[in-house]
Design a protein around this ligand. Structure first.
Ligand code: FES
Ligand code: FE2
Length: 331
């Protein structure tokens, strides 16, 4: 049974972060993914995701509790294991067989980069691997998640956009006097699109940088999945690099949850809270604009909004979404 599931031939088979791994301890957590209610929980075998619906009378399992490695329905106490199989019906006489139909759907679930990931369909591979979070020269740090009342596609497009840095993040990530962008091609290869060597002048150097004054950073931005992107910004004078990975979870067509991971190869002695606070400020500035955009869903017809030559990355992204056949968050 699929209650309110949004159908998308691409996103259903993709991995989506649903909560912080550190939040998932001794209680089940209810999340919503592509309109579907999902319960995630942890036991001695690891993390598990089930449809958040008891087969008996449709109560929410996430309102229940954990017992002996199972999630217990709060209504009549049926217990479900990590595969979604009901293993105990308290009202039935001991020793009687549990009906095999007494189960709920289970989904692929993994823990990686400090997040719990779920795939509702058939994931081709595991959660994508990013060297910048595994390399000991870097220090990874989860930020968010941020709730946004907008389509995930709008969030990814904003993440890939350079021309807003000087306005939305004025005096932090850009300055209007340095708004001109170079003419650089977007590359599409190996199932991802990217642009690199984009110089952006920033009035404030990042936390932990040796620089006091403004710095021109070299950016690389990449979209590796329909709702997954990452960027790096490097100070070419000293190699200090900050990576940001964004994984946007489509809660419904026009609501999303944004998981962010930053990773730096400098300033290990600087309090992580500074980096988190900086990302919180920057993300809030973005969300304020994204939540006002109309139409809410990203138009894949390139005639629908005015695409300028400087919007190359966004045009490449929209074309790619169309090619992939992404439905949720697009028109
Ligand atoms: S509704 Fe879940 S045990 Fe009855
Ligand atoms: Fe931004």
């Amino acid at each position: 049974m699929e209650l309110g599931r949004l159908h998308d031939p691409v996103l259903v088979h993709d991995w989506h972060a649903v909560c912080l791994a550190s939040e998932l301890t001794d209680k089940p957590i209810g999340v919503k993914l592509l309109g579907e209610r999902v319960v995630v929980f942890r036991n001695e075998h690891g993390v598990h995701a089930l449809q958040d619906l008891c087969i008996h009378r449709g109560a929410m399992l996430s309102e229940g509790w954990l017992q002996d490695g199972t999630v217990v329905c709060p209504y009549h106490g049926w217990q479900y294991d990590g595969n979604g199989q009901c293993v105990c019906i308290p009202a039935q006489p001991k020793g009687e067989r549990i009906p095999p139909r007494a189960k709920t759907s289970s989904y692929s679930c993994e823990e990686k980069y400090g997040f719990v990931w779920v795939c509702l369909g058939e994931p081709g591979d595991g959660v994508p691997h990013f060297e910048e979070f595994a390399d000991p020269a870097y220090r990874p740090l989860p930020c968010g998640p941020y709730k946004v009342k907008a389509a995930g596609t709008r969030v990814i497009e904003n993440f890939t956009d350079f021309a807003h840095l000087m306005f939305v993040h004025q005096n932090l990530l850009g300055h209007p006097d340095h708004a001109e962008l170079p003419d650089i091609e977007v590359v599409k290869e190996n199932g991802r699109i990217y642009i690199e060597n984009v110089p952006i002048f920033q009035p404030v150097a990042h936390s932990g940088s040796d620089k006091r004054e403004g710095t021109t950073y070299m950016y690389r931005k990449e979209v590796y999945r329909a709702l997954g992107a990452r960027l790096s910004k490097t100070d070419p004078s000293n190699g200090q690099t900050l990576w940001i990975m964004l994984s946007v979870t489509p809660v419904t067509a026009n609501e999303c949850l944004v998981f962010m991971m930053v990773s730096r190869n400098y300033g290990f002695d600087v309090d992580d809270a500074n980096f988190i606070q900086f990302q919180n400020i920057v993300f809030e500035q973005d969300a304020r604009v994204i939540e006002t955009q109309k139409p809410e869903l990203l138009p894949l017809d390139l005639q629908a909004e005015l695409n300028h030559r400087v919007d190359r990355f966004s045009v490449a992204y929209r074309r790619w979404l169309r090619e992939l056949g992404v439905v949720v968050g697009t028109i």
